[in-house]
Unconditional design. Sequence first.
Lengths: 364, 509
Amino acid sequence: LEQRKKHKSSVIERKKEVLSGLENLGVKIYDQLDRGYFPSVEMPSRSIENIHYDPQVRQFILGDRKVRRSARNIRHLKPFTQLTWAAEFSHELSSQRKTSTLRDVYYSAQAYEMTFKDQQESNNIVTDLETVLGFSREDFNIFPEERSAVFGDLTIEYTVPGYEGKTLNLTSHPDGVLIGPALTSSEFVKTTADKVIAIEKGGLFTRFIEENVHKKYNALLVLTAGQAPRATRHFVRRLNGELNLPVYVFTDGDPWGMHIAMVIISGSANAAHLRELNTPDAKWSGVWATDIVNYKLPTDPLDEVDMKRLNELQRDPRYKDPLWQREIKTFMKIRKKAEQEAFSRYGLTYIVDEYLPAKLEETK
Amino acid sequence: MAQITFEEISASDFFYRNRDIAGFTSPSRAVFAAVRELVENSLDAAESLKIPPDIYVRLSYEGEASKEAQIFRLRVEDNGIGVPPRHIPSAFGQVLFGSKYKLKQQRGTFGLGGKMAILYGQITTHQPATISSSNGMSRIYAYKLMIDIQKNRPLILDRKVLMNREQWRGTIVEFCLEGDYFRAMPKILEYFKQTAVMNPYANLTFVDPKGRLYKFTRITKEMPEPPKETRPHPYGVDVELLQRLIQLTPCKNMLDFLRHHFHRVGETTASKFLEFSNISPSRNPKKLSHDEVVRLMHMLKKFKEFLPPDASCLSPLGEDLLRAGIMKELKPEFVAVHQRRPATYAGHPFIIEAGIAYGGEIPKQGRFVVYRFANRIPLLYDEASDISVKVIDSMNWRRYKILPDMPIAILVHVCSTKVPYKTVGKEFIADRPEVRKEVGNGLREVARQLQHFLTRREHVDRERRRLGVFSKYLPKIAQFSTELAGKEQPPDIEKLLKSVRKFGAEEET
């Protein structure tokens, strides 16, 4: 109950901060205009040179370099207007507790004769707004297309309009529950789980549910569906932080799967202007390159693109840990990759009965 | 032994046999050339009196001649000086007879054009030409005549003297010829249009065989200064001319001979030249041997101290009239004109006038429209061989921010006592280094002016666009921030918009 209270206040607190951040931006621009100045805003630069890895917070952060968007500059004028519009649009969404998507933003602008050139331009403006305010777009109720899901014994309480106070146990639907705006804005009520297992692929997620992994291992199952969306990353962070559940990530045994785990753990360079999307204590539990060797898994050869990616990862500051370096080197040596489904050569339940407990133990 | 007969042929006979060189190469060229020659004569006839020309041209269909050609009746009427009655038969019925063998700028220079047209008409239709003319006094003289080709003499078939009650002045020429108007039409219409550009003080009316009326109305009565006659310049003479001068001269010594018969040669220059060429000043010119005359010609060309010819014998259109003509007929958005100072080639003075017109009704066609003129005559054929086109093609227009896909017309006018035509057809101007240089200088000057205009306009456009951007977006920023800040009243942005107008905001560097 104590946890529940704590969490509830944090959700409301955050909503308030977002709204007042947006309003302050409006006041700042309004005042500058009213005093006869060209309005301007300052934000950290998102250029590559200004993105640094911070070992303290264990994620990428933006450096001290700032950029200034000023309505005095004719080339900034349109983006500045779009930014002001996006802030007003987000404020309206948040205060009316409605959600929308990046695609909605792109089309909504046209009603204000603020037509964006393309989706990319509109996405950039949303990212600008994130950078100016230090909140992610999900905080402004702008969500991407959802595809990830969660399953397990966790009871949540909705905060979205029309569902306030209603609760749901996340085992109630056997396909799992979509990690969408309603779920990410809900409060955690109670759980019997003592760990979180995140899985890259839908097929395996379904297998785990069928094989009762949540019961056998007392776990909440999260489907990342490839690279985890930011809402899902934030959700996993909350499971870890608010419910004190350790997080284990299972991906394909290749550089791309490895990086899906890494982004959950250490975040991405693209989101360097944002905080609280990473889960630094999460573990990558497999499939490792050494697993491919030890379990004698059926493999495919690594192609050139895979090898190039490994080279990049080897130099990436997020990968400096000995375990990661060892696995990268092993991949490079064996020049092979394996999918999670490769365990099926030992029978459909092998992965659940043998591999999973071994790895959970190994990465504890 | 075979017998070879030598026979003399008359000038008429020569041109009859070689009518190609005078531009009468095909039925369509023939119609065009006939119209052109007679219109030019009419323009000259009016200008020599300093009267703004009124010229009426009618071409009417008379019947089929062959598959390619029809018979047309051509009538050209002017308000010019008129031809003295005793000269009418020769002026229109004898080739190489004319008033144009003097050194001043004139449209025709061979005394050939008008007669060639009549000769061509006679050859193709076997019908006489009728000529009426009056100098505005009491009588009108009307002749019906043909040309005796072998003798180069007019044959007068009929002659009438009429009372001139209305004091009409001018000349009417009417005759039939074979031609192909359908194919000549574009060139003829282009000829009238360009003539109207070059003669903004003239009224031109043309009625074509279908009865369509084309009218080009004058916008000014201002006319350029008529050219003065001039003596030949020493650099421009040849042996033939020297011999003729020696025959005619009343002068008894070389010093006087040089002073009296050459352009811009005074006593000092004459003495210096005689010393330079080692000829005694007291020498009687009539006593010079043929070899000495040849040597004299060479020395005249070698001597460096003759003054350059002056341009009083030339009659360029002038910048104001040129601009008026271009504005009137081409209706551009912008025009720049430039008249170069007089220059010479081989002793012949010449002046280049250049114009450039941009935008408005000038078509965009991926390359410049080029209008070429020589002594105010439009040149419509053989464009690619012309010196102006060569200069235009070799110029770096990008330097002036001028691109071929802009709507641009370029005009080059060469006036000279002797236009360096390549052919008797007078359709393109030969590549003379001096002329080429002046054409280049003239074009560069107008190109600079156009560049200046384009840069300025671009600047104004940019300012307007900029202000447009600010007036579009600042109110929106005001609106959104008012809503976002939860204010009742929008902020006052008039001050900001005013400052954009006044000082301009900074550009991103």
